[in-house]
Design a protein around this ligand. Sequence first.
Ligand SMILES: NC(=O)c1ccc[n+]([C@@H]2O[C@H](COP(=O)([O-])OP(=O)(O)OC[C@H]3O[C@@H](n4cnc5c(N)ncnc54)[C@H](OP(=O)(O)O)[C@@H]3O)[C@@H](O)[C@H]2O)c1
Length: 163
Amino acid sequence: MLIFLWAESNGGVIGYQGQLPWHLPADMHYFKTTTTGHTVIAGAKTFASFGRPLPHRTNVVVSHRDASAFPTGVTVLNSLDAVRQYAQAHSTDQLYVVGGAQLFSGLLNDVDRLYRTTIHADFPGDTWMPTINYDQFIKIGERVGQRDATNPYDFEFERFERR
Ligand SMILES: NC(=O)c1ccc[n+]([C@@H]2O[C@H](COP(=O)([O-])OP(=O)(O)OC[C@H]3O[C@@H](n4cnc5c(N)ncnc54)[C@H](OP(=O)(O)O)[C@@H]3O)[C@@H](O)[C@H]2O)c1
């Protein structure tokens, strides 16, 4: 099952200067607990932003470069078709596409589920989530985030499944 997992702020901003525009520990915790034990599929820029392979997860990177450009143990796929084939071959696994925008746009027609964090705040951005037609999806879960001193924004977690 192919699942998009991302956080967006006002205007669909998801990235700035190669990193997340915000610091939101509650969302980092959500990311970690949701993906641990499963597979993360990241574009090469997003993978670079992690700084290292994510522990306790199968790490798949999408890049035109070959595997020698990446740490040992990382699976490198060279095209979106290779991602589709990988998804077919691992159809019972939870495969989390964790961005960035290039991967989200390219796999929009293939995704089975959407796990979206919405942050109701303005941030500078240079990377945006592609437009998603939510008519094609049905909401299967939602939870309001707890605003506090270390998470000083209004935010919520939602899950959608393709109809
Ligand atoms: N808010 C969120 O939830 C979230 C999630 C993820 C990322 N982000 C942010 O988004 C930004 C990065 O996103 P991005 O869209 O610029 O980059 P990206 O999708 O992470 O990575 C782009 C790279 O992926 C590879 N790639 C993409 N399509 C490919 C294809 N069809 N075949 C082979 N390789 C392909 C290429 O790597 P090569 O150049 O190596 O060939 C390309 O340069 C960062 O600021 C990051 O922090 C935010």
